[in-house]
Design a binder for this molecule. Structure first.
Ligand code: ZN
Length: 467
């Protein structure tokens, strides 16, 4: 006895067909037309799209930042994700300077344990390779790969906190040639930005907009270029997180044109929001849009969409990292550098990409599935368990109503944050039913699954074999 999804249009990254999908237990048993319904619970998906659940490869639940914590924990954050049609996240554990990666992994798994509502993987943020000329940290990376941590993130920004030097980046890149993991880069030239920031503050420029104005696109492009060059010397792929500008995109495209395995993600906020519209420099409300890289000038938006269409960009993640406006963002009332960096988004990613991508005719339905689910599954070692609708894959399925109207608002969203970056935006297309490993967890905008049912995902380090 299984669940038979009938009469829907099945959409994956490589095909679109009228087919039934039979779920048995936690996996997909059959995908074909006219499956005999005898003995199964039948779900009628007439007029609906049947797609692999979304995968958000960039979230920060329960994350410490500048003396506060991101407002969503693994319960509220993954529940909101599920309601928006996302069935897997990859979050970030943080190895702090002087500590070991295993300790960080234990801490982050404990944060998620008993709370996560959907399956989750963890990247490891590396801040320090430790003793023995880095040997300890490089061994720790291998250890993490054995624990299913198939990707690491390093920062070129946030001096004295998260930033690492080029030697550390290069050593980590070289290590992935041996252990098959993937290095993710936060690419902004933190040293130069820090100088510009200090000069702005000295000039009395303390408003939120100066967060954006002190982080030029060239500082992003330079770091993207440097990341790719270092990866090329090491002979390994590299993945640029939250790419935000045309300048940075040009670096990725130029490398890919030469056949270099450079990959990059962008986020809905960079595709849809801008300095001109959200940060005119008029009020502290603009702290809602303080994150790094910052919002860019509007002219970057069509370039990023174009990058998604032509596969210069492979993934759309959210960088979900909410801080409430009423209390947390206020920390930077007199100094933009004290505003916690981050914003909510995990719940709205599919709605926004569907409405402004598919409905607007910018991307095809199949490309929508690819950039929101299949590509992150492949790149981060979860495919074909996750990221597709195929026999044997986990039954992580979103049944999508392309006609559903939805008004995005903090008053109705499920993220634990008192504002939405997209407040009052009307979108068409929304998740109606969401299955996670065969279990119906969302129905009509409500989470009905268990708390803590999400499982830790041991991801495979494939050494770029997914290319
Ligand atoms: Zn992030």
């Amino acid at each position: 006895m299984g669940t038979l999804i009938q009469n829907g249009t099945v959409v994956t990254a490589d095909r679109m067909e009228n087919a039934d999908v039979l779920i048995e237990g936690s996996t997909i048993r059959e995908v074909r037309a006219m499956i005999d319904p005898m003995g199964h619970t039948v779900v009628d998906a007439s007029g609906l799209l049947v797609m692999p659940g979304g995968i958000d490869a960039h979230t920060h639940m329960d994350m410490p930042f500048g003396g506060t914590m991101s407002a969503d924990d693994f319960l509220t954050g993954t529940r909101a994700a599920a309601i928006g049609g996302t069935t897997t996240i990859v979050d970030f554990a943080i190895q702090t300077k002087g500590s070991r990666m295993r300790d960080a992994l234990d801490i982050w798994r404990a944060k998620a344990e008993g709370k996560a509502c959907i399956d989750y993987g963890l990247h490891m943020i590396v801040t320090d390779l430790g003793s023995d000329n880095g040997r300890q940290g490089l061994n720790d990376m291998d250890d993490m790969v054995r624990e299913g941590v198939a990707s690491f993130k390093l920062f070129m920004a946030y001096p004295n906190v998260l930033m690492v030097d080029d030697g550390t980046i290069f050593k980590a890149l070289q290590q992935t040639a041996k252990n098959g993991a993937l290095i993710c880069m936060h690419a902004e030239n933190g040293s130069a930005i820090d100088v510009i920031v200090q000069q702005a503050l000295a000039d009395g420029k303390t408003a939120p907009v100066y967060h954006a104005l002190t982080r030029p696109t060239k500082a992003e492009a330079e770091a993207v270029n440097r990341s790719i060059a270092l990866a090329e010397i090491a002979g390994v792929p590299v993945y640029i997180v939250h790419l935000s500008s045309e300048d940075a995109l040009n670096q990725v495209r130029e490398a890919r044109d030469r056949g270099v395995p450079a990959f990059a993600e962008t986020c809905p906020q960079y595709l849809l929001l801008s300095i001109e519209d959200q940060m005119p420099g008029k009020s502290f409300e603009e702290a809602k849009y303080v994150f790094s890289p910052p919002l860019r000038e509007k002219k970057n938006q069509p370039k990023l969409w174009d990058g998604l269409v032509h596969d210069h960009l492979q993934v759309v993640s959210t960088d979900h990292c909410p801080f409430c406006f009423a209390d947390q963002k206020q920390a930077g009332k007199d100094d933009f550098t004290k505003i916690p960096n981050g914003a909510p988004g995990v719940e709205n990613r599919l709605q926004l990409l569907y409405h402004f991508g598919v409905n607007a005719g910018k991307i095809s339905l199949q490309r929508f599935v690819e950039i929101t689910s299949t590509a992150p599954a492949r790149i981060f070692g979860m495919y074909p368990k996750k990221g597709t609708i195929a026999v044997g894959s986990d039954a992580d399925i979103v049944i999508w109503d392309p006609e559903a109207q939805h008004l995005i608002s903090a008053s109705t969203h499920h993220m634990r944050c008192d504002y939405s970056m997209f407040e009052g935006w009307q979108v068409k297309g929304n998740a109606r039913l969401v299955y996670s490993r065969g279990e119906l967890v969302v129905e009509g905008g409500r989470y009905i699954g268990g708390i803590g049912r999400g499982q830790y995902l041991r991801r495979e380090a494939r050494g770029g074999a997914w290319q």
